[in-house]
Design a protein around this ligand. Structure first.
Ligand code: FAD
Length: 373
């Protein structure tokens, strides 16, 4: 499925990943990957990007993950925020943000999740009201990644006259130090460089040009960013699953406690083979979703991106679980670095849309079954 260019990109990023490895300094890796042009492969060439698509960006994230050094903010900064600005931003917004997002010198976080809405984005209450030509934004967000290192956060709100009913989202760029925009880190049991934050927006005053796209464009604009997010989360999960599996395979080849390496026992070998098959299958669906998205088929990409995220999340959780088990006691030591993936792999099952919400989507959108909620 990879073209020659894809293979070359995959190999080059894998080599970068191997140089950094699982103890890598995320800031240094981000900066180096940016200089090499990997962070903006999906963004338009006219604005400093590589002119490719989410397919290429997913290769970058998958390969870094497979090397044990995934860059979580790739899901958010170039994939969601870069895409939304490239597709719906004004020329001025594109000029201001895209070159920096492409070379990694600037970073943008993305905030949609709210404490009282959770999976039900139609219930978000972050509200924008006009004050002259300015906007005043008020609300709360939770679990927002990387707000401390991001120059700005793309906040999903709704306008005052669309406060209830089906979500008519509108998107605002909120610079990190805007008065009234505060953050509190959430104490997560995750061993990752990127932190999650609870945000409070208290009458945050924004100029008219903080709005990205049309305040009435509705869900289309939002999904322009959310489909890449799902595809990239699949890449994150597949990379992590491959990383865990590789560690388990090496161990299973070397470790002998009877007469043969433990990898010769089918109880060890078969689950690893299954994990490999499931990761490969998930990657196929991810490639389908990316191909549809990059071809401009937002609707078709929606279903495939959900299925890819589901398949990759499940494959990742199983691969990590089996990898830890393969190492016996060493599966839980810091030295082998697998136990910390137990929590990390669960992120792919929960975020950005949970396994159950994808099953709901497929049940009624694809299978035509009645809705339960
Ligand atoms: C590490 C991490 C990073 C994140 N980064 C970001 C970020 O950068 N930006 C951002 O906006 N958000 C981010 N999130 C938030 C993430 O998208 C949400 O956690 C996710 O959407 C689930 O929402 P929730 O946690 O409120 O769970 P809830 O919606 O409360 O769901 C709890 C459980 O109930 C189930 N459930 C809910 N409704 C139904 C239903 N109708 N049918 C069946 N089951 C249901 C869910 O599947 C889940 O298992 C992040 C989360 C994590 C863990």
């Amino acid at each position: 499925m990879d073209t020659e260019e894809h293979t070359a990109l995959r190999e080059a990023v894998a080599a970068l990943g191997r140089r950094h490895g699982r103890e890598s300094d995320t800031t240094r890796l981000w900066s180096e990957a940016g200089k090499l042009g990997y962070l903006g492969v999906n963004l338009p060439e006219a604005h400093g990007g590589g002119g490719g698509g989410i397919r290429e960006l997913s290769i970058v994230l998958e390969e870094l993950g497979a090397a044990g050094c995934p860059l979580l903010m790739l899901i958010v900064s170039p994939a969601i925020c870069g895409t939304v600005i490239a597709r719906f931003g004004t020329d001025a917004q594109k000029q201001e943000w895209l070159p920096g997002l492409a070379d990694g010198t600037r970073l943008m976080a993305f905030g949609i999740t709210e404490p009282d809405a959770g999976s039900n984005s139609h219930r978000i209450t972050t509200t924008a009201r006009r004050d002259g030509t300015d906007w005043l934004l008020t609300g709360r967000k939770v679990f927002i990644s990387g707000v401390d290192i991001a120059d700005a956060t793309l906040i999903v709100g709704r306008t005052e006259d669309a406060r209830t009913g089906r979500l008519k989202p509108c998107l605002f760029i909120v610079p990190r130090d805007t008065p009234g925009f505060s953050r509190r880190p959430i104490d997560m049991e995750l061993n990752a460089a990127e932190k999650q934050f609870e945000l409070v927006l208290d009458d945050v005053r924004l100029p008219a040009d903080a709005l990205v796209g049309d305040e009435d464009a509705g869900l289309l604009q939002l999904f322009a960013g959310l489909n890449p997010e799902r595809i990239m989360t699949a890449a994150f999960a597949i990379g992590m699953g491959r990383h865990a599996l590789a560690g388990a395979i090496t161990y299973a080849r070397d470790r002998s406690v009877w007469n043969t390496p433990i990898g010769a026992h089918q109880a060890i070998a078969h689950p690893l083979a299954q994990a490999h098959i499931e990761l490969e299958l998930a990657r196929l669906m991810m490639q389908k979703a990316a191909a549809l998205y990059d071809a401009g088929d937002d609707m078709g990409a929606g279903e495939a991106a959900n299925m890819a995220k589901y398949a990759a999340g499940e494959a990742c959780v199983k691969a990590v679980d089996q990898a830890v088990h393969t190492l016996g006691g060493n599966g839980l030591t810091r030295e082998y670095g697998l136990a910390r993936l137990i929590a990390a792999s669960r992120v792919a099952r929960i975020a950005p849309v949970s396994r159950e919400m994808i099953l709901n989507y497929v049940s009624h959108q694809t299978l035509g079954l009645p809705k339960s909620y």
